[in-house]
Design a protein around this ligand. Structure first.
Ligand code: PXP
Length: 238
C-alpha cells in the first residue's frame, strides 16, 4: 500500500490570516499522525506566507513518522534543510506570485542549480525527491542528477476537464512506468482529492501520495482525524 504524507501548509495559512498563533500546524501534524498518516509535509516558502521557520524546527522534534520538507533549490533553503535534517526534501519550483506550486521543476533550464542542491543535501545525508511533470525527459534528468525519488506532478490531471482527463492520466501512467524502470522512488502529488485518487488503482509502483488541500478542506467540515482516515481508506482500496 502506498504511504500517505499529509501537507499541513493550509493550517498555517489560516493562522497567518490573523497573524496569531492558532491554528498551529504542529498540533495538526500530531492529529494527522494519530489518524494514521505516514508522514507530514510542509513547504517553507521564501516569502514565508504560511509555514514559518519555527514550525519546521518544532516539527523536526515532534513528528514521529517522517517529516518531508518542500523547498526551492536556493542556498537559504539548503542551509535550513542541512540544519533541520528532514527525512526527505522535495525540491519544487517557486514563484512569488503563484497561489500554489504551478508545475514541476524545469530541469532543462535549472539542471545545474538543482544538481548542486541535490549534491549538497545528499552530502548532508538527506534524501532528495524532485517534483516534475510526467514528462520522460524530466524524469530521465531526475535520474541522471542522482535524485533518490521523483514526485510526479498530478495537478494537470486533477484540474483537467472531463474531455482532457484521460489523456492527462495516460501521461502520468507513462511517467510512473518510466520512473519505475529507472528504479527511482516514486511519489505523486498536487491537486489530488477524494475522487481523483481513485484513478491510481493498480499503480503499485507509487511509494507515497503527498496531499494537502483536499484533506484540510474536508477537515474544516468533518474534522482532521476523519478527513485523514477517509483518504487512507481510499488509498488502501487502490
Ligand atoms: N506536492 C507538491 C510538490 C506540492 O507543492 C504540493 C502543494 O504544496 C502538494 C504536493 C500538495 O498539493 P495539494 O495541496 O493540492 O494536495
Amino acid at each position: 500500500m502506498a504511504r500517505l504524507a499529509v501537507n499541513v501548509d493550509h493550517v498555517a495559512t489560516l493562522r497567518q490570516a490573523r497573524q496569531i498563533h492558532i491554528p498551529d500546524p504542529v498540533t495538526a501534524a500530531a492529529v494527522v499522525e494519530m489518524a494514521g498518516a505516514d508522514g507530514v509535509v510542509v513547504h517553507l516558502r521564501e516569502d514565508r506566507r504560511h509555514i514559518q521557520d519555527r514550525d519546521v524546527r518544532i516539527l523536526r522534534q515532534t513528528v514521529k513518522t517522517r517529516l518531508i520538507l518542500e523547498m526551492a533549490a536556493t542556498q537559504e533553503m539548503i542551509d535550513i534543510a542541512l540544519d533541520v535534517r528532514p527525512d526527505l526534501v522535495t525540491l519544487v519550483p517557486e514563484k512569488r506570485q503563484e497561489l500554489t506550486t504551478e508545475g514541476g521543476l524545469d530541469l532543462k533550464v535549472n539542471r545545474d542549480t538543482v544538481h548542486r542542491a541535490v549534491d549538497a543535501l545528499q552530502s548532508g545525508g538527506i534524501p532528495v525527491s524532485l517534483f516534475v511533470d510526467p514528462d520522460e525527459d524530466q524524469i530521465r534528468t531526475t535520474h541522471e542528477i542522482g535524485a533518490d525519488a521523483v514526485e510526479i506532478h498530478t495537478g494537470t490531471f486533477c484540474d483537467a476537464s472531463e474531455k482532457e482527463r484521460q489523456k492527462q492520466f495516460d501521461n502520468i501512467a507513462r511517467g510512473i512506468k518510466f520512473a519505475y524502470a529507472l528504479e527511482l522512488g516514486i511519489n505523486a502529488g498536487h491537486g489530488l482529492g477524494y475522487d481523483t485518487i481513485k484513478a491510481f488503482k493498480g499503480f503499485s509502483e507509487i511509494d507515497e501520495f503527498s496531499i494537502g488541500h483536499s484533506i484540510i478542506a474536508r477537515a474544516v467540515i468533518v474534522g482532521l482525524d476523519r478527513a485523514v482516515r477517509d483518504m487512507i481508506a481510499l488509498i488502501k482500496a487502490l
